[in-house]
Design a protein around this ligand. Structure first.
Ligand code: SAM
Length: 308
């Protein structure tokens, strides 16, 4: 199903299921022999009965076609788990530095199943605002509460669509634009229309006092590799459909591929922020996770910036 202007979802459908996919990668990484990151909540979050269908579809994609030679390995699983580990590691470090700089207000834009409000070692007095659609946040809150998990910061869910007036919703939940803030947009940009992305950057800037920080996962697509990955996915889907298996999760249909997106580093630099851009492949190499980096269909970067 292609995206529409006012579409909505819960955790098991459409864009909501992408949050399950990346949390599953964190769960796999956490359970590995030498994990780069530890997200003890990821497995709890992806192992409920209502997510069994999405999990099965993502796992089947990562495992590859059963008809393929197993010696070929599973490029998609390796890409995804390594990449998610690197990106989580990078943005965890971003928050550690932001907190060390004295920031006590954090906003996770499109929080999904991000468990940082429960798992990072926040200093006293930190408030973490989590923006996402109502059913996504409800699922996370209820699932973690049912396991007795308690946040390590003052966690405030802000159920709102980032295409709507989210700054007002944030203020209504206690956000104080007079205080420096650390923002994060991780795994988000392609799911927003270009106009909503531009409006979001403008709102971040307007709501940020001096000393505020922002971190954004910037998506660059390698056209040929994305087409190859999509083709593998479509072939697998066709076989699954022929076997009568669930094919409802379709990650390649969920991006807004509209034009008019300025480079986010350039955008923040033009608005007076001091920008640093880290190439995700370089970061993967730095962390010893370069093995599959060249094969990934995306040439992403991690952009961080500080407001002067
Ligand atoms: N940031 C989380 C992480 O890295 O684990 C989740 C990333 S997941 C790939 C994408 C998330 O973006 C989903 O939780 C989805 O609900 C959220 N999202 C996408 N578009 C949104 C919108 N317009 N308003 C609010 N949330 C949105």
């Amino acid at each position: 199903m292609a995206r529409t202007a006012n579409d909505s979802w819960d955790i098991a459908t459409s864009v909501g299921a992408t949050a399950v996919m990346v949390a599953l990668a964190r769960a796999v990484e956490t359970a590995s022999d030498t994990p780069l990151i530890r997200d003890e909540f990821a497995e709890l979050l992806v192992s409920t009965p209502e997510l069994a269908g999405v999990r099965e579809q993502v796992s089947a994609w990562w495992a590859g076609d059963p008809d393929d030679d197993p010696a070929d390995g599973s490029p998609d699983a390796n890409h995804m788990v390594d990449y998610q580990a690197v990106r989580t590691h990078f943005f965890d470090a971003y928050f550690t530095e932001a907190a060390a700089s004295g920031i006590r207000q954090v906003v996770l834009l499109a929080a999904g199943l991000d468990s940082r409000a429960y798992r990072l070692d926040w200093p006293a007095g930190v408030t973490v605002y989590e923006i996402d659609l109502p059913k996504v946040l409800e699922y996370k809150t209820e699932t973690l509460a049912s396991h007795g998990a308690t946040p390590t910061a003052n966690r405030r869910p802000v159920p709102v669509d980032l295409r709507d007036d989210w700054p007002q919703a944030l203020r209504d939940n206690g956000f104080d634009a007079g205080q420096p803030t650390a923002w994060l947009a991780e795994g988000l940009l392609p799911f927003l229309p270009a106009a909503a992305q531009e409006a979001m950057f403008a709102s971040i800037d307007a709501l940020s006092g001096p000393g505020s920080r922002v971190a954004v996962e910037n998506f660059g697509v390698d056209g040929d590799k994305r087409r190859e990955a999509e083709q593998r996915w479509q072939e697998l889907r066709a076989k699954r459909a022929a076997r009568g298996l669930d094919t409802s999760f379709s990650p390649f249909d969920l991006w807004f591929d509209d034009d008019g997106r300025p480079d986010c580093g350039d955008w923040f630099a033009a608005h007076g922020w001091a920008v640093r851009t880290v190439n995700a492949r370089d970061e993967a190499a730095r962390l010893g996770r370069e093995a599959h980096a060249e094969d990934r269909p995306f040439a992403n970067s991690f952009v961080t910036a500080i407001k002067g």
